[in-house]
Design a protein around this ligand. Sequence first.
Ligand code: SF4
Length: 219
Amino acid sequence: METPERSAAEVKAPSAPAASHAPASAGANPGANVPGASSSGAGAACAVDTAAAEAGIPPECASIVRLAKLDELLALGRANSLWPLTFGLACCAIEMMAAGASRFDISRFGAEVFRPSPRQADVMIVAGTINRKMALAVKTLYDQMPEPKWVIALGNCAISGGPFVFPGQYAVVEGVDKLFPVDVYVPGCPPRPEALIEGILALEEKITGKRRWPRVPPQ
Ligand code: SF4
């Protein structure tokens, strides 16, 4: 089985909310992820003002009041405080550790609280080769995570078996999505820590429906 080619971390599930790929000018807006807020200009501001007026909020306070549904607030909190499971299977886990260290520092995105127990984690970063004798343990850890939970497949081994796939091989699971659903795929052998960060941003986008920063097109 060949390694699937994916040009960047991508969101798989069709149930992902419609993402709003804001123009570059939206990147500096600190309220871009606030439900009910928008960076798209006067029309959105009028919508917020109207909603505030309907809620009885004085016009002078409308610019600082944000109205949001509870689900959107929960999604915002979850997306900005992802707690990964402390869990590595092979070389890709070294890149995951580098992403958590000072040079890349995923605490900038609220995702640095690696938990030692699956019962306290909400995202599993599958980093490395999944040997068949490990598959049951990986599945058990996934099952022990509480809902809502998400999975990032980090590296070609987790995506499709990577370089260990050849005719007749019997030792490696050819993709973690053979065990449970995957939300974000981060290709590479290994992917760099920046790629994992992009995967976390893609997962945030899946959870909230909004992009934290605009994508930078390839040079
Ligand atoms: S994808 Fe490459 S770097 Fe990552 S676990 Fe497999 S062999 Fe190692």
